[in-house]
Design a protein around this ligand. Structure first.
Ligand code: SF4
Length: 331
């Protein structure tokens, strides 16, 4: 199956105001297949949102390329406008993303007008019918009751659904949801996740979920890419990555997920370093529990962890890990 979206050797670098070079993404290969849910997981500063933005053409890469439907993205405004109707991004802040002066109807109709969806609708529906259909698909029923409401008259869950409806109105093939439930109550979180799963089933949508929460990825994703400081450190099917994690970073993130029965919780010390000061060798080594507790030393790889470029090891099937320890036979 041709992936819906894929990247190869994707990199994003930029120069900061103080003249330093920051590496936001480095040599990233990922893919999303039609009808698949891929979770991009990592702490704040891992590069997951930059990757999502680069995959959907909102950020231009400085190296590598993105292919949509097997064709490289072109960054002309005409191509990007066409891509926008096929790939929609729902941002994490539902409150901030909706215009407080626009009714629900106007919010959803905006994209329909911009992309001339009425003229291209195969069933010949009116604008109001398309708005109603999108709200209904996003689980807001009966949709007409919400047409004239303003964002301040909606709950957090309803706002998130209106944003999703605005995206669905364009009939995208891929939806990117950035932290889709992080600002919602626990009771609503399950509803929004069920909605995303339902949309994948009913519309065959490919979905990228950007999240810091491995538990959420466990519940919703078919495949997971774990990111650290601009690189994918482990990726594979959800079962492969979460049932047999091979990277010490994935293991540490997993050890504090309450839904997943775990071994002793691993507390990561420090924070993701500044992207202008990428550590040498394995960029995770200053925080790596396996490096700190001597496991890497016992395996004879501590020097490599500090200095050597990382190998990407195939751990069976689709499962790939970027770690010297995972490359040793006894790991
Ligand atoms: Fe830890 Fe070394 Fe693996 Fe990096 S390469 S994650 S420092 S064991």
């Amino acid at each position: 199956v041709t992936p819906l979206l894929e990247s190869s050797g994707l990199g994003v670098r930029f120069t900061t105001r103080t003249g330093k070079v920051a590496v936001a993404l480095d040599d990233v290969d990922v893919e999303v297949r039609p009808g698949e849910i891929l979770a991009l997981v990592g702490e704040s500063g891992s590069g997951k949102t930059t990757l999502a933005r680069t995959l959907v053409g909102l950020q231009r890469p400085t190296s590598g390329e993105v292919l949509f439907d097997g064709r490289p993205l072109s960054y002309s405004s005409k191509s990007l406008r066409k891509l926008r109707s096929e790939v929609q991004m729902v941002l994490q802040d539902a409150v901030g993303s909706l215009n407080p002066k626009q009714t629900v109807y106007e919010s959803v109709a905006e994209g329909i007008r911009l992309h001339k969806r009425v003229a291209s609708d195969p069933a010949g529906r009116t604008e109001a019918e398309l708005v109603a259909a999108a709200l209904s698909e996003a689980g807001l029923r009966p949709p007409e009751r919400l047409f004239l409401r303003y964002p301040h008259e909606l709950s957090g869950g309803q706002m998130q659904r209106v944003l999703i409806a605005g995206a669905l109105a364009l009939r995208p093939r891929l939806l990117v949801a950035d932290e889709p439930v992080s600002s919602l109550d626990a009771s609503i979180r399950g509803e929004i996740l069920a909605l995303l799963l339902g949309l994948r089933e009913s519309l065959g949508l490919g979905i990228i979920v950007v999240t810091h929460d491995l538990g959420l990825a466990w519940n919703i994703a078919d495949r997971i890419a774990v990111m650290y400081l601009g690189r994918v450190v482990e990726c594979g099917s959800t079962e492969e990555v979460l049932e047999s994690p091979r990277h010490p970073y994935t293991r540490a993130l997993l050890s504090v997920v309450p839904e997943i029965e775990q071994l002793t919780p691993v507390v990561l010390t420090g924070e993701v370093p500044d992207p202008t000061r990428i550590p040498s060798g394995c960029r995770f080594h200053p925080r790596c529990p396996a490096y700190a507790d001597g496991t890497a030393g016992a395996a004879g790889i501590a020097e490599k962890c500090r200095t050597a470029p990382l190998p990407v090891v195939t751990a069976g099937g689709d499962h790939r890990v970027a770690c010297h320890l995972a490359a040793t036979p006894e790991s």
